[in-house]
Design a protein around this ligand. Sequence first.
Ligand code: SF4
Ligand code: SF4
Length: 308
Amino acid sequence: MTQKEILNTTGQVFNIQKYSVHDGPGIRTVVFLKGCPLSCKWCSNPESQSFKPQLAYNAGKCLTLSKCLRCAEVCTAGSLTQGEDDKIAVNWDTCTNCMACAEACPAGALINYGDEMTVKDAIDSVEKDAMFYARSGGGLTLGGGEPFAQPKFAIALLKEAKRRYIKTAVETCAHVQTETLIEAGQYLNFVMMDIKSMNPEKHKEFCGVTNELILKNLKALRAAYPKLKIRVRTPVVPGFNDTPEDIQAVVDFIKDLDVEYELLAYHRLGTQKYTNLGREYPMGNVSLDNEVFLPLVEIAKQVPNYAS
Ligand code: SF4
Ligand code: SF4
């Protein structure tokens, strides 16, 4: 690809988050790419799962029909009607995600999750904070969704960031083509990769796919890049992988691969997003107690590079 072709490569992005301190070392800008091959029941970014732009509605911001009504006037599908408290209601079954209402809404109550962007526009935005990266050891993180589910765009972003001396990281579910991961490795400083469970049936039940490709990809990436900094992460989810046996199985798989390890405690921060997308939260009312989580951390510490 020529430099011009790299800069003009386009992809679907649903957010660019500045000043993040939780997505890799230092201060980072996270570019969130749309689309994911998994459908984890606890996903805290459900707006990321579809590969296409997707409408969301935050009723708390609606100005009420008696004061506004702009959205209903532009909806040719007739999907916006009067709901509770004089606010609109979305008929999710008939909505075509045309986004006319999101453009018309003056209150930000109707939101379009998904915009086509060029590599140039995305990296220009990231580069604006280069001063913070230099001071903190931060840089660009690709998140999602699954960044490598848009392989051409993701690799072009990483390559261009590298060319501009911006350090790079990725958060990946690793259920991607092995060739994509290996090609991307040459442009990456840090990889955060989930291993959610060693049990293929449970993995399929809770994430929609089995885990074989993910496990294969971790080994392939480590073999191709022995010095690359890789952090394996396991989100601990009640009823899915919250037993000592579950975590011990992951530890046994990774402990000789020279990777960092981290357990992430289940949280419910994304539940409101499901309502905003017209979906039900698949996990119901479960919670994770510290009495369950903390002993699992002790098991995880068998990995020499446990990230505490
Ligand atoms: S996205 Fe389009 S079809 Fe859906 S509610 Fe808005 S205007 Fe109507
Ligand atoms: S355009 Fe926005 S603020 Fe106005 S009625 Fe529709 S959702 Fe409410």
